[in-house]
Design a protein. Structure first.
Ligand SMILES: Cc1cc2nc3c(=O)[nH]c(=O)nc-3n(C[C@H](O)[C@H](O)[C@H](O)COP(=O)(O)OP(=O)(O)OC[C@H]3O[C@@H](n4cnc5c(N)ncnc54)[C@H](O)[C@@H]3O)c2cc1C
Length: 425
């Protein structure tokens, strides 16, 4: 199995307890769900609440994929500006998608509240920061579009943004008041707890190795036995293996890495004092935020090279911190990790019906907390009779899928080169 590094800092800093449970087949279920991340667990929670018997099958542990490794920025909608989403999706689905996913953070925070999920939730927004004057022009355009739609976003000039983020390294920013931050593993485990409370079964450490149509049922074959299900939802996303032919070819897999410092105490108080999360406009994106314990987390595209004490990535991080927060001085790192992201050719997610009663939402392009939660809810609606035309995205089959270019290695080389350059200059 690849990627055997640490799952993440969140894996041990999350207050919500991990849940592990061996597999035992329980006759015929309404829905078998493959993958214990936001998509799978939200499908299970919403499905169980609607009276479906749901069984989640996770190959490793809850939150093993992107869900337990991410930066924890609960952002609204997609990376793409709303006008681009509307142009790509058309007049029916475009505005519906933007509205539904624009409300995503509100819905995520309502679940956190309802189920009392302990995940360091903050609701003070996130900041998209301009790494260059051109980046600021791009943010001006996004600001105008969101304002036209009546959404609560503020364009921040250079001085304003410097005060909010604790450095004058950026040229301005866009503050989105709908957004916030969480401990993503905490949220994921909380969803698992809520799903079990609603009646769903969750099995961990069990890999699904085959899906076979058997009359009106699906035979879900695992490495530990077989389960029968009326419907199957794959929530495997960037961690999709060979389970379904060609599914892992509809996206390009890239890595994203994170480093967390040890708690910095009051010396870091000037960094994002409002506790927002931040990412920048650079095509090779950079992000930072603090956690509830005063650690600074920073990261970018690519894999971790080395570990918290030595190697390229910690040199990159030291250089970045010295450049943007010189007053911090030397810092020590506590944890490093990376995870996989599924990028689609047009940067839009997909919902595929792979065969009758076999669905997968996939390709979140690095924005999955709200997307996975909302698609999980949509899957539960679909399986309890919602007309598919009312979904936020049209359902397609794999025959319409364009194969994503196999460029993971090329990207990886470019991202590592970026770490090398920025660890020097
Ligand atoms: C480093 C990083 C930073 C990110 N930052 C953010 C962010 O700040 N905000 C944001 O919104 N999004 C972010 N994302 C994206 C987000 O994490 C993902 O889009 C999201 O987690 C996808 O959730 P998921 O449930 O669909 O899939 P995943 O969480 O990836 O879960 C897939 C699961 O399927 C399991 N699986 C795969 N195959 C099988 C099988 N055959 N049998 C059983 N189980 C199987 C895997 O073990 C895995 O646990 C980031 C991603 C990364 C990697």
């Amino acid at each position: 199995m690849e990627d055997r590094g640490p799952v993440s800092l969140w894996n041990y800093s999350a207050v919500e307890a991990d849940y592990q449970n061996g597999f035992s087949a329980d006759g015929v279920v309404d829905v078998a769900i493959v993958g214990g991340g936001f998509t799978g667990l939200s499908t299970a929670l919403h499905g169980a609440q609607k009276g479906l018997s749901c069984h989640v099958l996770e190959a490793e542990q809850i939150g093993y994929g992107g869900s337990g490794r991410n930066c924890g920025l609960v952002n609204a909608a997609l990376w793409l500006p709303p006008q681009t989403v509307r142009d790509k999706l058309g007049e029916t689905y475009g505005p519906r998608f933007i509205k539904c996913f624009g409300n995503g953070p509100e819905y995520v925070f309502s679940l956190i509240e309802k189920h009392q999920i302990q995940c360091e939730a903050t609701r003070t927004g996130t900041i998209h920061a301009a790494h260059s004057p051109k980046g600021f022009t791009e943010l001006e355009g996004r600001h105008a579009e969101w304002k036209r739609l009546g959404e609560p976003v503020d364009l921040l000039g250079r001085h304003e943004v410097s005060a909010m983020i604790g450095t004058d390294a950026f040229f301005g920013g866009l503050l989105d008041h709908r957004a916030g931050t969480i401990n993503p593993m905490g949220y994921c485990r909380g969803l698992a707890r809520a799903a079990r409370g609603a009646g769903a079964t969750i099995s961990t450490g069990v890999r699904v190795v085959g899906l076979v149509k058997d009359g009106s049922l699906w035979r879900v074959e695992t490495d530990q036995g077989t389960l029968s299900a009326k419907a199957v939802v794959l929530g495997t996303n960037a961690y999709t293996d060979d389970l379904w032919p060609d599914l892992n070819r509809v996206f390009t897999m890239i890595h994203y890495f994170q480093l967390a410092t040890k708690p910095l105490g009051s010396s870091a108080d000037q960094i994002l004092p409002g506790k927002q999360g931040l990412w920048d406009t650079n095509p090779i994106m950079f992000n930072y935020r603090r956690d509830a314990f005063g650690r600074l987390l920073i990261g970018s595209m690519g894999k971790i090279v080395g570990n918290a004490d030595f190697g390229l990535s910690q040199r990159w991080a030291r250089k970045r911190i010295a450049k943007i927060f010189p007053a911090l001085g030397e810092v020590e790192f506590e944890e490093t990790w990376h995870g996989k992201i599924a990028m689609t050719p047009d940067h839009l997610p997909r919902v595929y019906e792979l065969e009758e009663n076999l669905f997968t939402p996939i390709g979140y392009n690095g924005r999955g907390i709200t997307t996975g939660t909302m698609f999980g809810q949509a899957m539960a609606d679909l399986l309890t009779g919602m007309d598919p035309v009312d979904l936020p995205l049209p359902i397609t089959d794999l025959s319409t899928a364009r194969h994503a270019p196999i460029m993971s290695r090329l990207y990886q080389t470019a991202f590592t080169a970026n770490q090398v350059i920025k660890s020097i200059f």
